[in-house]
Each structure stands twice: as C-alpha cells, then as structure tokens.
Design a protein. Structure first.
Length: 217
C-alpha cells in the first residue's frame, strides 16, 4: 500500500443504527471497493484486510465496515441468526452505499462490492437493488445462493471465488451461477478450503479479485 494513502474511520447511518467502518484511499484511486462481511466476521477480518491491502496497492480505495453493531454481533455469536438475515444485511449495505457516496474523497468513483460468506448474498442483493451504484461484484467463499430470486436481477459482472476443497460451497455457487443472467465467472482455487488458509491461497484470491475489478470497474 502507498505510504501516502489516507486511512480514516467513518460512521455510517444505516437501518436506524450506526455502523463503524475503515476507509482507505490511495493517491489517484480509480474506484472504491466496499467489503461486506458475513458469518460472524468483522471489518477486522485478517483475510479481508489482506485482500483490501492488495486492492489499495493496485489503486483502489476500500471500505471495510461492520454490517452488525457490537451488541448485535454479541447476540449473533451465540445464536448465529443475524448473519443469515440476508434481507437485513442487504438493506444495510444499500444504505452504506448511499452514505459513502457523500464522502468527498470517494464521491463519483465507480463502486465494486467484495462479499465473503453470507456477505456475498448481501452484496448481490445490493447490486440488484441499486444497480446504478454497483459496477462489479466479487464473492469469496460466499453463499450467493442465499440471494434467492434476486440473483436473476443482478446486472453487475460477478466473480465467484471458491476453494477447491470446499465442495458443498462449490455446488451452491454453481447453482447460483446458473440462476444469474449477467456476466458471471466461477473461479476455483485448487487445494484450498473454505477459509483459504493454505499457503498462497489468499494471495490468489486477492490477485483474482484485483484483476476482476481492474477489468470491470
């Protein structure tokens, strides 16, 4: 990442709550990638931060933020129910896109979404709901199938990245791909599991995501 990058905390009003986020803007950024976390993850996720750093290096601004408040995350760690409330997560992501558009240092930039786990479904719902705001989508180890009938409404080019050993999720992604009408590519990272913890796996995710956003944004 460029040493000249601007890094600051932002507060986002969404769905009657205030969400915390970290906005990084490298000099001359040509686009903004908004991260949507799922399955109990937060903006502090080391996996998503590693991908964000690659995107920053390649000239993209990034917003990592929490779709749930601290109190909601505490409940979700016990019940795991809110991470699967895709309607709620999708609404909050749409509100976040509306809010971040007013930030002066990223206003007017083309926007891509990077969704992980259930956050991928929220990203696709947001892309379908506000297609004029979303130019591209990447899913990492995601559950795009949870977007349901909204899959057929997505117009943004979409990349689905899945680990080669994550067989159940591969099948769910294939079904989601078949339900979509936009440009969609399923990319399987050989030898990797669901969390891309194997040597070099996460770097490959970051490379694939950056190349996709560079082409589609």
């Amino acid at each position: 990442m460029s040493e000249d990058a601007t890094i600051r905390s932002v507060r986002i009003d969404a769905d009657d709550v205030v969400l915390a986020g970290d906005l990084t803007v490298p000099p001359g950024a040509a686009g903004l990638v908004v991260f949507a976390h799922g399955s109990g993850s937060s903006r502090l996720s080391p996996r998503n931060r590693a991908v964000a750093e690659r995107l920053n290096t390649d000239g993209f601004a990034t917003l990592l933020f929490d779709l749930l408040t601290e109190s909601e995350e505490a409940v979700d760690r016990v019940t795991a129910e809110l991470r699967f409330d895709i309607s709620l997560l999708g609404r909050r992501l749409v509100a976040t896109l509306d809010s971040i558009a007013n930030e002066q240092d990223v206003a007017g930039m083309p926007v891509g979404l990077f969704g992980a786990s259930t956050g991928a479904a929220a990203a696709l719902i947001a892309a379908a709901s506000v297609s004029e705001l979303v130019g591209s989508v990447v899913s990492r180890g995601g559950r795009p199938d949870l977007a349901g009938e909204m899959l057929g409404v997505v117009t943004a080019p979409t990349l689905l990245i899945v680990g080669g050993h994550d067989r159940q999720v591969i099948e769910l992604n294939r079904r989601a791909k078949d339900a979509m009408r936009c440009e969609v590519v399923l990319s399987i990272v050989p030898g990797s599991g669901h969390l891309f913890e194997e040597p070099g796996a996460l770097a490959e995710v970051a490379r694939l995501a950056s190349a996709w956003f560079l082409r589609t944004l």
